[in-house]
Design a protein around this ligand. Structure first.
Ligand code: ZN
Length: 145
């Protein structure tokens, strides 16, 4: 078994629309993300490298200094009120730590697919997102890419 582990840190704003507490107001977090990808044996490119660690890190770094939103946030989705390049739109009902982890997990799959299309290799992909000092969410599941 081989495993790649990549850490990244990113600062973002978000809000939980409809949440009955202060999380409904725009606030920021310094998130820490860890992506662990394992498989029996990674494919290698012409330099004997498996995946570019920088490409995995970039998925998380691209969230840095952005507002994370979901399509139901009419304020941030309105380009006349907020610069579109300043937001990252995620699936779901709110930019929760759960949806941030799923967003990263899905982009990891796309990054692998772009590098090694049509290989049908079974990967175990674990994405850990740390929202605060004490709160983590982990998505860990397989993808055949
Ligand atoms: Zn928050």
């Amino acid at each position: 078994m081989e495993k790649i582990i990549v850490h990244a840190k990113f600062h973002t704003g978000h809000r939980q629309l409809g949440y009955p507490g202060e999380c409904r107001f725009v606030h920021g977090h310094t998130w820490r993300g860890t992506v662990a990808i394992s498989t029996e044996e990674f494919p290698r490119d012409e330099l004997d490298m498996s995946l570019d660690f920088g490409h995995i890190k970039k998925i998380m770094r691209d969230l840095d200094h952005k507002i994370l939103v979901t399509p139901n946030d009419a304020t941030f989705m309105n380009p006349e009120l907020f610069e579109p390049e300043g937001i990252v739109v995620m699936k779901g009902k709110g930019p929760s730590v759960e949806n941030v982890a799923v967003y990263v997990w899905e982009h990891v799959v796309e990054t692998i697919r772009a590098k090694y299309p049509g290989r049908n290799i079974d990967y175990r992909i674990e994405v850990t997102i740390q929202e605060t000092e004490n709160n983590f969410f982990v998505v860990e599941k397989n993808a055949v890419v």
